[in-house]
Design a protein. Structure first.
Length: 306
């Protein structure tokens, strides 16, 4: 399943929902911190005079600094997620515009109209597969000829190969006089824009946030959460597991959420719903060809869009 949360539960249910939450991912870490807190509280209760008191000021300053740095990383990862959504939005817009241009510029009976629009649908499926490191030809195969399927099979960058093929068709139409220089340039501009959006998506996939920065925050979050029980157990006693559990949930949760948002084309619940986006492109381009029996748009299942 490749989902994205599209329908949030009401505010009361949000306290208990696990759908879209990072809690299942961080639960072992939070449980460990709470277990340490419980053990320390039991020891302190049994031997009340053997444990020194610590000032809470260092923990307050440490937690404040850590929350700021985690916020910076979370913002950086969200920017990557949002940029990925904008790039796919550009692909959708350029595909629709390319379809309108091809239909308007080529004669009604010209086979190139259907061929190019089918190639565009295949391109969308292959781009999704490339970003997710999947095969993709099975989904795209219905819009490719047997020869095109064979040609694409050994290709490493199959979406780019599709764009090259469409560009060659456009150049041939220009040589045949089917397109004027202006209309030919218009189609080429659309293809360049689609290629630029693909390049932006590939940049997001291939360039992660600096590893040293991520590692520093991972370690710092662990150190802070492990030290929390020792700083508060003498003051809070058996209430320490509750406080440390809430704080560990917050810091580990922000860290885990940043990991999910960092690669927006992945398979986590908070990643982009590429299946639904590609299906939307497929429906639009088939409808542009006059196809009557269209595939159904993907609908959210229990508030999750795949």
């Amino acid at each position: 399943m490749h989902p994205m949360i599209v329908k949030q539960p009401n505010r009361a249910l949000m306290l208990f929902t696990l759908r879209g939450s990072v809690l299942p991912v961080i639960l072992p870490k939070v449980s460990l911190i709470m277990a340490i807190s419980t053990a320390l509280a039991i020891v302190l209760h049994a031997h009340p005079h053997t444990y020194p008191e610590f000032s809470s000021v260092p923990f307050t300053l440490f937690g404040l600094a850590l929350s700021i740095f985690l916020g910076f990383r979370n913002n950086a990862c969200y920017d990557r997620w949002w940029e990925g959504r904008k790039l796919w939005g550009a692909v959708v817009v350029e595909m629709r515009t390319l379809a309108r241009d091809v239909i308007a510029f080529l004669p009604a009976a010209h086979p190139g109209r259907t061929h190019v629009l089918n190639q565009c649908i295949a391109y969308a499926y292959l781009l999704k597969a490339r970003l997710r490191d999947e095969e993709g030809l099975d989904e795209a195969g219905g819009y490719l000829s047997a020869q095109e399927h064979t040609t694409l099979l050994p290709m490493r960058n199959r979406p780019e190969a599709i764009l090259r093929s469409i560009m060659e068709d456009v150049a041939e139409w220009g040589r045949q006089g089917l397109l004027s220089d202006i209309t030919k340039m218009t189609l080429e501009t659309r293809l360049h824009a689609i290629g630029a959006a693909q390049g932006g998506c590939e940049r997001i996939v291939s360039t992660s946030t600096p590893f040293a920065y991520t590692l520093l925050l991972h370690r710092t979050a662990w150190i802070f959460c492990l030290l929390l029980p020792f700083g508060f157990v003498s003051t809070l006693g058996f209430a320490t597991p509750l406080l440390t559990g809430v704080l560990a949930y917050t810091f580990f949760g922000l860290d885990a959420l940043s990991d999910e948002l960092e690669q927006p084309f992945g398979l986590h619940q908070n990643d982009l719903p590429l299946n639904a986006i590609v299906r939307g492109i497929e429906i639009d381009l088939l409808e542009a060809q006059g196809v009557q029996e269209l595939p159904e748009a993907l609908a959210p299942i229990n508030g999750v869009l795949t």
